[in-house]
Design a protein around this ligand. Sequence first.
Ligand code: XMP
Length: 513
Amino acid sequence: MRNRILILDFGSQFTQLIARRIREERVYCEIHPPTVSMDWVRDWAPRGIVLSGGPSSVYDEGVPTTDARLFDLGVPVLGICYGMQLMAHLCGGRVVPGKREYGRAELVVGEPDDLFEGFERGERTTVWASHGDHIAAAPSGFKALATTSDLPVASFRSLERPLYGVLFHPEVAHTARGAEILSNFLFRVCGCEPDWTAGSFIEESTVRIRTQAGDRHVICGLSGGVDSSVAAALVHRAIGDTLTCIFVDTGLLRRNERETVERTFRRHMGIRLVVVDASRRFLERLDGVVEPEEKRRRIGETFIRVFEEAARTSDTDAEYLVQGTLYPDVIESMSVRGPSAVIKTHHNVGGLPADMKFKLIEPLRELFKDEVRNVGRELGLPEELVGRHPFPGPGLAIRVLGAVSKQRLDVLREADAIYLDEIHAAGLYNDIWQAFAVLLPVSSVGVMGDSRTYENVVALRAVTSRDGMTADWFPFPPDVLARASSRIINEVRGVNRVCYDISSKPPATIEWE
Ligand code: XMP
């Protein structure tokens, strides 16, 4: 058996979180649909299996299920919520509808061993429940390990086989000691080793990339963002100079962005880097365009043209293209929830068309964002690249509201840099998901010295978020906003008013356009 955990996804909104928690314990795991065959599971040879929660009831029609032979492999299985109900159902227990429990519940530990090692007998601990059905009777040969006031069986184990279940979510932060329960499953029950680290990932993927690319030429589009930067650094470590990176300066970037990329990749890492200054071309295409989606369309199309031309001229032999696809995208594309449940994020401007005739190298396909950051740090990338906030492909063009011009981009770049400077100085950058300035398409009246001014308004935005799908505005200490505002008005010519955006998403979006 290999030192890794298989997670079968029954459609819970928390499945990715289970994977992240297991990776945080430094154990490698992957999420797969429950339709995988028993032969596949045997070949994959996990040291343990987790059945995720899910929205279904075991009695509904056409619900996701699993082959009951899974329980006879001799591999430990942990069923979570629906996963536990399914285990109970398939092993002959009695699952009944009703007794809904959502939110906080108090668990009473009956058997402080295995999953509950380290707990006291009779100890009460807060857990996060979300289930409709419950287990009225455990299957024969199973024993209850914990209860709640409503549930006679909130956790169980089989006395004959290594099968375990919990009717709550140990993976969510609201379950006070959930991490301990998962860690007990990984290390005590499954006997896993905590060997999944950024260093081990880099070693393994270096070998894999070398095997895949051999001595063939590879190109990579660098955007200055975390994913493409880490992907490029990793591929460079594996194959060195057969990699050529292309960075398109769209003229829509933040202050010093191009310089940071050139310094890091060309000078420090010695990567072959082609920088294409296409800012004039982008500005011309954007001339007079006001409608946000039209801006996106023109920028996307121009980007593809510029990238293709640069790829054709800088490395005529290139066979492979590096892409910074991450694990959440991979999971979503094979989710049992189906594509309808996936709210699509914006197509990144760096996303190149399939007909480019390159074979793909996607070295980050197995990683979550925080793991990508750790790999980047381990590869020696500077914190200013690795820890930076997400930045939209269309760049500052969707933050200069209305028509875009070089002059308006420059005003915004200055204001944005001051704002981020103050956030860094206050030590708040890493508490925020994304922070940026927006230049509004209106003028406002002010007074400077003895004269009346009629100038630009800048809005500041900062949000907290887990994945960009929903977001809350960030509650700054007032003095940080005060400093940012007075510096912007004093130092950026053409701005006489600063506002702070206090809208959450939904109903607003993170970007203004
Ligand atoms: P919204 O504004 O939809 O943004 O709440 C959610 C996240 O997506 C980013 N974003 C984009 N990224 N191309 C991108 O690559 C785009 O056109 C685009 N629009 C928004 C946004 O910065 C936030 O992180």
